[in-house]
Write a new protein. Structure first.
Length: 311
């Protein structure tokens, strides 16, 4: 199968690198110094599982150079969804599978609108990986997996194409699975990342520091419950008291981390605030669900995002 990786950052670089490592036909789309470094020296993955290099070769910023792809792993930041989808149109045929591995809950809807010829699947990724220098992805300890699935089931079994993609991922030693209800998986992750992302950026604290203070921990819990209520109002099937179970789970981990939203704020970059709190506020307004915590997060972080949007 021919894979195209749209967005060769931590997610796309690591999972695409795993596929390339076992001989899959993988093309990486990137730009700037990151692309220059990969073309010169290959893509280097530094991982606690072991390091490896994807040899220089199939790295480009021009989609037409690739031809039709069988599978597109769509890994760009949510604010680039529409522009990146328009750019990859030359890759997409009627049988091309496009799997979104992005943050947010409305990316698939945008992809289906812009790429009517492709078959869009929903997906979520869990990984601690980032670009640490041009051409280098660093992968640290933590959950590392992909869950994907069809947005609309045609029968009781996954399609042959979805099964083939899963087999390729498993062969590449990627912890991957097919979900019968991918919308639930997307929202379960969204409840966590939208609230933790917003709170770590708003407070500039680690997750552990937030959880250590009762008032701040309750604010985080309220943000999660707002998102959970919005999801339920949209008809998403979520486990009972999902927020409570997430907070219990967090007690078992070393929560010394901050979110990508925080790191983008710190380094003066655009932020996924529209895809996180902005979307919750918008959906809450449409559905009559109060979202006061996310309104505050959105109002506080939006100016930082807008400052860098047109720079």
């Amino acid at each position: 199968m021919k894979f195209a990786i749209i967005g060769t950052g931590g997610v796309g670089g690591y999972f695409g690198g795993k596929l390339a490592k076992v001989g899959e036909d993988v093309w990486f789309i990137a730009r700037g110094k990151h692309l220059e470094a990969m073309r010169s020296y290959g893509l280097r993955i530094n991982s606690f599982e072991g390091d490896w290099v994807v040899a220089s070769g199939q790295f480009t910023d021009t989609c037409s150079e690739i031809g039709r792809a069988d599978v597109v792993l769509f890994c760009v930041k949510s604010y680039d969804t529409e522009s990146a989808a328009e750019q990859i149109a030359p890759l997409v045929s009627e049988t091309t599978i496009v799997i979104s591995l992005q943050n947010g809950v409305d990316n698939e809807e945008k992809l289906e609108r812009i790429l009517p010829r492709g078959i869009v699947l929903g997906g979520v990724s869990y990984i601690y990986a980032t670009i640490t220098s041009p051409g280098v992805i660093t992968h640290t300890v933590g959950p590392t997996k992909i869950v994907f699935g069809e947005l609309r089931r045609r029968d009781d079994a996954p399609s042959a194409q979805a099964r083939q993609i899963l087999d390729s991922m498993l062969n590449a030693k990627i912890n991957a699975s097919l979900s019968e209800n991918i919308a639930t998986e997307i929202w379960k992750k969204f409840i966590f990342i939208s609230s933790v992302g917003g709170m770590t950026a708003l407070t500039r604290l680690t997750l552990g520091e937030i959880l250590a203070v009762e008032e701040t921990k309750h604010m985080l819990a309220d943000a999660m419950r707002e998102t959970e209520a919005v999801g339920q109002a949209k008809g998403i099937q979520l486990p009972p008291n999902y927020t409570g179970s997430v907070l219990e789970l967090l007690k078992k981990y070393d929560n010394n981390s901050r979110s990508s939203l925080y790191h983008d704020l710190k380094h003066g970059r655009r932020m996924e605030v529209e895809a996180f709190s902005g979307t919750i506020v918008r959906y809450g307004r449409e559905l009559g669900i109060p979202t006061p915590v996310h309104k505050a997060i959105y109002a506080a972080l939006l100016p930082h995002h807008l400052k860098h949007t047109h720079s």
